[in-house]
Design a binder for this molecule. Structure first.
Ligand code: COA
Length: 280
């Protein structure tokens, strides 16, 4: 990977890619360089066979303090409209890539999560926070609206009242409140954060990966569809998954339950490592 190899770091272990915002001294604020590096990192990991889940974490005491006020806003504005649009494309680009990522994704929010940080937070399929984490839409405190998709993200995730409260007051909420409001799935004490995320990642790793990708896209796609359109989309999406899944997973899933009686779909996933009773 190119310049500034250190502002985003990656480690792959046991099929989990741990991708870190790595500017702890700047509270992991997203600079144009970080945005470019993040896109590189996502690209490099997306189709690796040894990666089944991606976790986005922050080094140091922050998850991300949002967009870098100096490098992302002030310095690009000084260069003119072309630079502004380029840096918007770079940040929105990796947020979008993450929203539709091939692998399931988990935001592991260890600390500060401000403003623009809600973009990648929303982009991740699941989010687990530390009780100690702090979330806030600080934009109102320095004179802008929550842009870069952030207002859309909070309106999609939260009630209108809670979204409005965050956007207008800039008040901080902690991980527990974020979980109660469903900004994240759950919060746990900081010392248990990594083990809880690992546990969740392992649950995802047990599933058929084609089905996981189909299901995660479906949840996002149907949100803005009419019921009839969603019904139709879901039929097509499953049929496309049947074509893409070379293991014929759904038939194997039925066989292991009905014929082999080796698992119960209501309680666990079928063994994707087996076909017709034989280990692959
Ligand atoms: N943009 C640019 N620089 C940032 C930054 C951001 N979003 N967030 C933190 N930094 C920098 C600080 O300027 C400081 O740099 P310096 O060491 O060169 O002076 C360094 O990171 C450490 O920040 P500091 O404020 O000293 O840390 P803190 O732990 O006391 O406070 C925060 C942490 C996150 C509460 C505080 O840095 C803050 O309010 N950041 C801005 C958050 C924000 O509004 N983000 C929204 C952007 S859309």
């Amino acid at each position: 990977m190119s310049e500034g190899a250190d502002v985003v770091t990656c480690r792959v272990a046991e099929r989990i890619a741990w991708v870190s915002f790595n500017r702890p001294e700047k509270r992991n604020a997203m600079s144009p360089q970080l945005n470019r590096r993040m896109m590189d990192a996502l690209e490099a990991l997306e189709f690796r066979d040894d990666v089944g889940v991606l976790v986005l974490k922050g080094e140091g005491e922050a998850w991300s303090a949002g967009m870098d006020l100096k490098e992302y806003f002030r310095e690009t504005e000084a260069e003119g409209l072309g630079a502004i649009r380029r840096s918007q494309r770079e940040s929105y680009g990796w947020f979008r890539r993450l929203r539709w990522y091939e692998k399931p994704t988990i935001a592991m929010v260890n600390g500060w999560c401000f403003g623009g940080g809600f973009g990648p937070l929303f982009a991740c399929d699941l989010a687990i926070a530390a009780d100690e984490a702090k979330f806030g839409l600080s934009e109102i405190n320095w004179g802008i609206l929550p842009g870069g998709g952030v207002t859309k993200a909070v309106v999609d995730l939260l009630s209108m009242r809670d979204a409005m409260y965050l956007a207008l007051t800039g008040t901080l909420i902690d991980g527990r409140t974020a979980a109660a409001w469903k900004l994240v799935n759950e919060s746990v004490p900081l010392h248990r954060l990594e083990s809880r995320v690992t546990e969740l990642a392992r649950v995802l790793l047990e599933k058929n990966p084609v089905t996981v990708k189909t299901a995660k896209d479906a949840v996002r796609r149907v949100k803005d569809m009419t019921y009839d359109n969603a019904e139709d989309y879901l039929v097509r999406a499953q049929e496309a998954a049947n074509f893409l899944d070379g293991t014929e997973g759904r038939k194997e899933g039925v066989r292991q339950f009905i014929d082999e009686k080796s698992y119960k779909p209501g309680l666990a996933a079928y063994d994707p490592g087996k076909r017709n009773g034989e280990k692959n």
